[in-house]
Design a protein around this ligand. Structure first.
Ligand code: NAI
Length: 332
């Protein structure tokens, strides 16, 4: 099958080529898929896309007109695809539902530890010969209450890890899971979760209903000085409200691997450029904020699994017209 692979980085090419072993004709393209670049997919049966490619209705119409039949996501989330438009234009959508919950969960815990023990500041101090401890005071994770929003694959691994730290665990999820319950998680309402958690961490998908789930009222209900971690999707958080909460000291720590306008910023070297997003740059000024550029998934193990599943999805679709990793699409 001829496949246009958008948003290609050297590491995507390396892992996909190895998994593909010549089966499909992969055309690697550096640009993001968006209206302006959709014509690059002319004549291919499938496009292979990542988190910040934009599969809105216009792009989907262009793809359908030029013969594309499959959108193969090489990620788990599919909030960047207009599923109703895909269905209306008879485009199938596949994804990689699970490639390494460990990668994202471990990065989440890394952010928690780094913020708590101020490792980002300690690293710089020691390199400059400053061994003073003032300002680096942390807290024990043992005995602290961690609240999870979403206890699916990634949330469950976070629970497993934090159990080892001796944390108390609360969760909010419309579909509670028994494994988390057996590990000692108490499922509570969102309100209770917000008001009781020392650390709040987000592990749910972004949907039409939960945009800005963490907004100004939610931040107001959180414990003063609490830590907020988001390794899920940027728009789960109202960034402006979070900045106000950081300025007032209401929010004590913020760890982000995702940002609501990240498609304009992440995945490129911009160290010689001016970042024009004033909201993002404001976030960078806080000493109690750590931002990573959507790298939680980025382990060798995860990239191998992503590539293998993506190639399998393409092969299944080519031979059977479907795939076990088909995303259920709503009616238009
Ligand atoms: P999953 O589908 O296994 O679990 C999601 C859980 O969230 C489910 O238990 C579901 O019931 C729950 N949920 C849905 N809506 C909710 C809501 N409004 N409030 C509370 N819970 C809700 O997904 P998985 O694999 O655990 O991934 C979670 C999210 O992590 C993905 O949707 C994606 O956005 C993000 N992600 C981020 C990555 C990164 O590199 N930063 C990489 C992979 C995923």
């Amino acid at each position: 099958m001829r496949v246009a692979v958008f948003s290609t980085k050297a590491y995507d090419r390396e892992f996909l080529e190895r998994a593909n072993a010549g089966r499909h004709e992969l055309r690697f393209l550096e640009p993001r898929l968006q209206v302006e670049t959709a014509s690059l997919a002319a004549g291919v049966a499938a496009v292979c896309v990542f988190v910040n490619d934009d599969l809105d209705a216009n792009v989907i119409v262009t793809l359908a007109k030029s013969g594309t039949r499959l959108i193969a996501l090489r990620c788990a989330g599919y909030n960047n695809v207009d599923l109703a438009a895909a269905r209306a234009h008879d485009l199938a959508v596949t994804r990689v539902p699970a490639y390494s919950p460990y990668a994202v969960a471990e990065h989440t815990v890394g952010l928690i530890l780094a913020l708590d023990r101020k490792l980002h500041r300690a690293y710089n101090r020691v390199r400059e010969g400053n061994f003073a401890l003032d300002g680096l005071l942390g807290f024990d994770l043992h005995g602290r209450t961690v609240g999870l929003i979403g206890t699916g694959r990634i949330g469950t691994v976070v629970v497993e890890i934090l159990t080892g730290f001796g944390c108390r665990l609360l969760a909010f999820d419309p579909v509670p899971n028994d494994k988390c319950r057996s590990l000692g998680v108490s499922y509570v309402s969102l309100d209770e979760l917000l008001s009781r958690s020392d650390i709040l961490t987000l592990h749910c998908p972004l949907t039409g209903e939960n945009r800005h789930l963490i907004d100004a009222p939610a931040l107001q209900r959180m414990k003063p000085g609490a830590m907020l971690i988001n390794t899920s999707r940027g728009a789960l958080i109202d960034t402006l409200a979070v900045i106000e909460a950081l300025k007032s000291g209401r929010l004590g720590y913020l760890g982000l691997d995702v940002y609501e306008e990240e498609e304009q910023i992440f995945f490129e070297d911009r160290s010689n450029l001016i970042i024009s997003d004033d909201i993002f740059t404001r976030l960078l000024t806080f000493p109690n904020v750590i931002i990573t550029g959507h790298q939680a998934f980025f382990t060798r193990d995860a990239l191998e699994n992503i590539a293998a599943t993506t190639i399998r999805n393409l092969s299944e679709f080519e031979t059977a017209g479907t795939s076990e990793n088909l995303v259920a699409v709503r009616s238009a």
